[in-house]
Design a binder for this molecule. Sequence first.
Ligand code: NAD
Length: 241
Amino acid sequence: MSAYDLTGQAAIVTGGLRGIGRAIADRLAEAGADVHVFDLAPEGSDVAAAPAPHTFHRVDVSDSDAVGRAVAALPSPATVLVNNAGITRDRSLAKMSDDEWNAVLAVNLTGAFNMIRATVPGMVAEKGGRIVNITSINGVRGKFGQANYTAAKAGLIGLTKTAARELGPKGITVNAVAPGMVMTDMALALPAAFRERALSEAVLDHLPESSDIAEAVLFLVSDSARCITGQVLNVDSGQLI
Ligand code: NAD
């Protein structure tokens, strides 16, 4: 059996309808997991039309009650959780509104806390689990115009380390993956100069794609990573060296 065989395991990927989350959901499903995508969906859209082979659940991860209900309704406890849902509301510090600050903290940081708290009892019942939080290299180094986002992503690293300490004795590993710039809708919303700077920072001649982030997540949820917990793995083509 391959170390990357997730047959028989239920996995939740938040924000898995598109971008990096979609690549992670696809890769975990390819490895045999029963993948549940927790995401928002445009009002009036057809939930049944969500991409197979994943099961789609309309959940706002910042809503702790909705998270609790959705996790309780799963057919079997999730033993893999990938906290990927994220948003940006960029503005310089002095001009940032309360709403911009609060919205980003609510999804990127509180959302991950809500998901971990709701899924851990099921993982304990299953005698183990794997949690991966998608942070960002900008949560480590800071970034002009992203006070809210970088604070949330740095907070996610602290949450990762504390959760690793608390949950390790229960057989649950908790790690973070920090992507550099990946050309998803989120990155394409940035000015072109930001993208050019990312490429000039990288020591490789290419930036990561969503599938590169998915490979790192698959490794961390696999048996190959059974002794790795509390770590941040940068997947950034060397942007942050
Ligand atoms: P994206 O905007 O393409 O996709 C984000 C997904 O999250 C969407 O499907 C969206 O509907 C979902 N989502 C947003 N708010 C949600 C909520 N409240 N509840 C549930 N789902 C919600 O973004 P992406 O570029 O694929 O980014 C994925 C993750 O990777 C994010 O956490 C992001 O911060 C992180 N990241 C991205 C980059 C990059 O360059 N793209 C770099 C570093 C880190």
